[in-house]
Design a binder for this molecule. Structure first.
Ligand SMILES: NC(=O)c1ccc[n+]([C@@H]2O[C@H](COP(=O)([O-])OP(=O)(O)OC[C@H]3O[C@@H](n4cnc5c(N)ncnc54)[C@H](OP(=O)(O)O)[C@@H]3O)[C@@H](O)[C@H]2O)c1
Length: 257
């Protein structure tokens, strides 16, 4: 199947490792011109050396509003962004009463407000072109809150409300807006969360990971490429009638219908 995105310009955030890097590689392999952004641009340059297709590394800290605007100014000067993959690091684990007001506000800025702002900067060009794709990486926690991840469960739900609202506003303009929800995809972030859970529960990391995998109907963590393939499809011409959706990539973890 030709995904129809050859020559489309994609901006993938949080792309120095994990899910963002896998999505950037997958889009590049399908012929998109990918700008892969993260704070550690050297890591992007490094993985790009062994990747097929066009990848440009861009240093960007999405927690820094001034840097966000400067980078978007520069990128948009040389053309539209056709595909935006909204992604960044997850917040630290913690209970609902753990984070302070300052913590909530700081993470809201990084995980919600600045990602919405980046989408707003890309939208005029998409509207002008009559084509655009915005995929936001969320979490299964927005459907089934994950214990001890209050910041993540709470803030990502705000992005779901925004994404759905935006999808209805731009659907007639050839722009689709969707949410991709990872369950447990094996990245460094998941290893870090397993290590934190092991310490909190007084168990070994291996025990935590084994129990976690056993709780997933598929019986294992997903691979970043399995996640990236679905996101790449959502970014494609072929997914032109999929919008306003939340797509689970979770090996069956969410038990609700
Ligand atoms: N993996 C899963 O199963 C899973 C499940 C549910 C939710 N999620 C969420 O999905 C997202 C991606 O997951 P992942 O597993 O790929 O996480 P990860 O391995 O921690 O990767 C996060 C990426 O975001 C970048 N990043 C972090 N802070 C940033 C900032 N301030 N500005 C720009 N880039 C930033 C990191 O690069 P730099 O450090 O170089 O900036 C890195 O490339 C995270 O938000 C995670 O919480 C993942």
């Amino acid at each position: 199947m030709d995904l129809g995105i050859k020559g489309k310009r994609a901006l993938v955030l949080g792309a120095s490792r994990g899910l963002g890097a896998a999505i950037a590689k997958s889009l590049a392999a399908e012929g998109a011109d990918v700008v892969a952004a993260a704070r550690n641009a050297d890591a992007i340059t490094e993985w790009a050396k062994t990747t097929d297709g066009s990848v440009t590394a861009q240093k960007l800290d999405v927690s820094n509003a001034a840097e966000v605007d400067a980078v978007l100014d520069s990128l948009l000067e040389s053309g539209n962004i056709d595909i935006l993959v909204n992604n960044a690091g997850g917040p630290p684990p913690g209970s609902s009463t753990g984070p302070s007001r300052t913590d909530w506000m700081a993470h809201f800025e990084t995980m919600v407000a600045n990602l919405i702002h980046i989408a707003n900067r890309c939208l005029p060009g998409m509207e002008e072109a009559g084509w655009g794709r915005i995929v936001t990486i969320s979490s299964s926690g927005v459907e089934q809150p994950i214990p001890n991840l209050a910041l993540s469960n709470g803030l990502r739900s705000a992005l779901v409300g925004w994404s759905k609202t935006l999808s209805t506003e731009v659907a007639s303009k050839g722009i689709t807006v969707n949410i991709a929800m990872p369950g447990r995809i094996h990245t460094a972030r998941v290893d870090e969360l397993d290590a934190a859970a092991a310490e909190r529960l007084g168990k070994s990391v291996e025990d935590v990971a084994t129990q976690s995998a056993a709780s997933i109907p598929a019986g294992r963590y997903g691979q970043p490429e399995e996640f990236a393939d679905v996101v790449t499809f959502l970014c494609s011409e072929r997914a032109s009638y999929v919008t306003g959706s939340k797509i689970r990539i979770d090996g069956g973890s969410i038990r609700g219908i």
